[in-house]
Design a binder for this molecule. Structure first.
Ligand SMILES: *Cc1c(COP(=O)(O)O)cnc(C)c1O
Length: 387
């Protein structure tokens, strides 16, 4: 018997996260690879989930999501961004942002259609586009004056007759960039000119630093009608295991996404939905504290990485710092990431795995700072052994 996996999914075997996390365990290393917090979400939100389970909220919720969560999401989009969505027709709950993005791509891009992504890209994008039989067209983010950005001409050149969708992740994992209004204007202009649909991944919408503002693409001229926005509870409330997300979009896109989602998972876990609705209404001050604390952790990790000899890019949002390994005398991030557990007892992710053009990211590794201060301190102390 031959390879059972369909050809379009071959090459997506084991993710780098599995490899690196296994290496962390095997070597007793500190894992600054995978981006999950080592502290819990707001206690009252956790209690609301427990209470939902105890009080019988354990059968199938409505396919599109609990009304109370869809209303809380609509209220949040309106209060924070001035964007109005009808909770009954324009808000839709998914199994994390991952399913929201997957269902959107599967609904909106078919075999042979092209999807533009900014590389380095979040790893699920490439697999989801492949699953759809669509083709990804990467536009490379490169460091310019300490921050990763794209060349507008390269974006325009990536659009062809088969381009259907542009996937926009801001705040951007793993580059740490929060797109400015000027950058978003370029993206919006391309969408309007070529009649593209934008799918926006906004899971870090609250986690921006130094007064940098997250601007949803849907707020730009002519974009609300062609944008499918995805957010989730995992990063906002530090519960990455809850896998509860939502999509906001014009009703015709929601109907398309729903058509796919109903046969992927049908519905999303009820207790998490109830607790997320509660948290969106009551725990945003907690998120502001999380944001402030993450900003301090970012600075703590950067100070340590610089002292250890890395050159770093200060992210404007997310959980991650990009570190250039060349000042330490290394050139291949993959090689270094595989050796780092033995050399220093720390695990990082080689950024090149998030590119089609791996050479553009060859000399970067990604460190996560959503960790306790003492974990960050111990990691940078160990990394100081590198030089
Ligand atoms: C974590 C993450 C996701 C996944 O979110 P879930 O709600 O856990 O599915 C999606 N996109 C980006 C950029 C992420 O960092």
């Amino acid at each position: 018997m031959g390879e059972p996996l369909v050809p379009r999914m071959q090459g997506f075997g084991t993710t780098i996260f599995a490899e690196m996390s296994a290496l962390a365990v095997a070597t007793g290393s500190i894992n600054l690879g995978q981006g999950f917090p080592d502290t819990d979400g707001p206690p009252t939100m956790l209690e609301t989930a427990v209470e939902a389970i105890r009080s019988g909220g354990n059968q199938y919720p409505p396919g599109p999501g609990l009304p109370e969560l869809r209303e809380a999401v609509a209220a949040q989009r309106l209060a924070r961004y001035g964007l109005e969505f009808d909770p009954a027709a324009e808000v839709f709950v998914t199994v994390g942002a991952t399913e929201g993005i997957a269902a959107s791509v599967l609904a909106l891009a078919g075999p042979g259609d092209e999807v533009i992504v900014f590389e380095p890209y979040y790893d699920s994008y490439a697999a989801t586009i492949a699953l759809a039989g669509a083709i990804r067209r990467p536009v490379t983010l490169r460091p310019v004056e300490g921050r990763f950005t794209f060349d507008p001409d390269e974006l325009r050149a990536a659009v062809g007759p088969r381009t259907r969708v542009i996937l926009v992740n801001s705040p951007h994992n793993p580059a740490g960039t929060v797109f400015t209004r000027e950058e978003l204007d370029v993206i919006a202009g391309v969408c309007r000119e070529h009649d593209l649909i934008a799918i926006t991944d906004e899971v870090y919408e609250y986690l921006t630093f130094d007064d940098v503002e997250h601007i949803p693409l849907a707020t730009l001229d002519g974009m609300r009608e062609r944008t499918v926005s995805v957010s989730s509870t995992g990063k906002t409330f530090s519960v990455t295991g809850w896998k509860t997300g939502w999509v906001t979009a014009p009703a015709r896109y929601i109907r398309a996404v729903q058509t796919v989602k109903q046969f992927l998972t049908y519905a999303t876990g009820g207790p998490w939905q109830r607790a997320t609705a509660y948290a969106l209404q009551n725990e945003l001050p907690w998120v502001e504290e999380l944001r402030t604390s993450l900003q301090a952790k970012r600075d703590r990790l950067i100070t340590g990485l610089e002292a250890a000899g890395f050159a770093t890019y200060r992210p404007q949002g997310t959980y991650f710092v990009q570190a250039d390994i060349r000042p330490l005398g290394f050139s291949d991030g993959m090689e270094l990431a595989r050796a780092l557990p033995d050399k220093a007892g720390v695990v990082a992710i080689p950024t090149q795995v998030f590119y089609d053009h791996a050479e553009a990211g060859a000399h970067f590794v990604r460190f996560a700072f959503c960790k306790k201060d003492e974990v960050i301190d111990e990691a940078v102390e160990r990394l100081a052994r590198l030089h």
